[in-house]
Design a protein around this ligand. Structure first.
Ligand code: NZQ
Ligand code: ZN
Length: 394
């Protein structure tokens, strides 16, 4: 049975090859003081930075910038962005980039107006901490997405690495106000992505669907929606790998990313997310690319989950991978579905072991120790079992 829920999706999405044309109308909604946030090289190299600066100048905005937001953004960088928001009292933050830049900006938009030491803010607002209080200020964030993957453009999550504790956790945020107010989604901006980043993002999208799908045993509309998005991202990824300039594929990938994690396909469900928890801890230790941590763990992780969710894994095989059910037991079907996933990941060029991501045997206990334990999915893991999954993934 679909659980009870309240859903608010406040983001104004402008989608398509002319999505940036909507920037002036969006800028007109806000005051004159704007903070622009972006990553390392790509925004300038692609010319996007110049286009955004020109639009801001045309709109008569005062502009401040924080650049150098890295993949797997750090809490130090979140605090730097928060400081800039507060110091310049900006009316709007525009995040230009992927999940890392958008996450960092979202977290900073709330933390800018909180008092406390970095340690206190981390303990109060991350993982199972507090929401931002309704009376507390949150600076609006808008985004221009350059890599489709995380869904950060339409969700409230902001995942941050704490360099001191080596944790990588999500800020609790606010049900509505830490979700971007607007998102410009232009698939042509993704043509410049290196293939490694593109396929990493594509598996992240599929994995978000799987984390939501592999829970519950009821007849739930969310699961049918997830199956549709999973089929779409597999098909679009195959097309984009064959032809990176395929607009149809790139546009489908971008919209799948948003739907993969804007909350709709997981609504009313328990969900899993332990694979993400473990993958994020790997990134905290090694800086590895998020989607590749997921692919490198997938085989071992789902081997542990499979016995508790056999029926759903069998459905995954037929509904997502098109494997005929006739003449097969649930066990055979479920195994065939996971084999199809494994073959697909190898085929598109995902990393399939954590050694390649820089994990060494001596890191394993530490990675498992900082990984949160959840009561979710078909099979709640213990720290010891996370150690087993990590060893099996070396
Ligand atoms: O820094 P630059 O030079 O911009 O390079 C970036 C970065 O190195 C590059 N890139 C981005 N757009 C490009 C481009 N290169 C060429 N052309 C373009 N158009 O790509 C690299 C990766 O960018 P990043 O933002 O890190 O990628 P992604 O969107 O995959 O974000 C990953 C982060 O989001 C978190 C992850 O943990 C990770 O920290 N997640 C956020 C979630 C959320 N908000 O709900 C959920 C996810 O599960 C995930 O945990
Ligand atoms: Zn993810």
């Amino acid at each position: 049975m679909l659980g009870d829920f309240t859903l608010t999706l406040p983001t104004r999405v402008h989608f398509g090859s002319h999505a940036l044309d909507a920037l002036p109308e969006e800028l007109a909604r806000y005051g004159s003081r704007v903070l622009l946030t972006y990553g390392g090289k790509s925004a300038k190299a692609t010319g996007l930075y110049d286009r955004v600066i020109a639009a801001l100048a045309d709109a008569g905005k005062e502009i401040w910038e924080v650049s150098g937001i890295t993949a797997n953004p750090t809490f130090t960088k979140v605090l730097e962005v928060a400081h800039a928001i507060r110091e310049h009292d900006v009316d709007l933050v525009i995040a230009v980039g992927g999940g890392s830049v958008i996450d960092c900006s979202k977290d900073a938009s709330a933390l800018a107006w909180q008092e406390g030491t970095p340690e206190e803010l981390w303990a109060r607002f991350y993982y199972d901490g507090e929401q931002v209080a309704p009376e507390d200020r949150v600076t609006p964030v808008g985004c221009i997405l350059t890599i489709p993957a995380t869904g950060s453009e339409m969700n409230r999550g902001g995942v941050t690495t704490n360099e001191e504790t080596r944790e990588k956790l999500e800020m609790v945020g606010d049900e509505v106000r830490t979700i971007p107010e607007f998102a410009l989604l232009d698939p042509t901006l993704t043509y410049t992505l290196p293939r490694y980043q593109m396929v990493s993002g594509c598996y992240d999208i599929l994995c978000h669907c799987m984390e939501q799908y592999f829970s519950g045993d009821d007849d739930c509309v969310s699961d049918y929606l997830a199956e549709g998005v999973m089929r779409a991202i597999i098909s679009a990824t195959n097309a984009a790998v064959a032809d990176p300039m395929d607009y149809e594929a790139r546009s489908n990938i971008m919209w799948c990313a948003t739907w993969g994690l804007n909350g709709v396909i997981g609504i009313g469900k328990d969900q899993d997310w332990q694979l993400h928890d473990l993958g994020q801890s790997i990134s905290a230790f090694t800086g590895a690319t998020h989607g590749m941590t997921l692919s490198a763990l997938t085989k071992a992780y789902y081997r542990h989950v499979l016995p508790a969710g056999m029926h759903r894994f069998a459905r995954f095989a037929t509904a997502v991978w098109g494997i005929p059910a006739e003449g097969k037991t649930d066990e055979e079907l479920a195994a065939a579905g996971l084999d199809a996933l494994d073959a697909w990941l190898r085929g598109i060029g995902c990393v399939m072991n954590i050694t390649e991501l820089g994990v060494t045997e001596d890191m394993i206990e530490g990675i498992a120790a900082v990984t949160p334990l959840e009561e979710s999915g078909y099979h709640p893991f213990t720290t010891e079992e996370f150690v087993e999954v990590l060893r099996e993934s070396l």
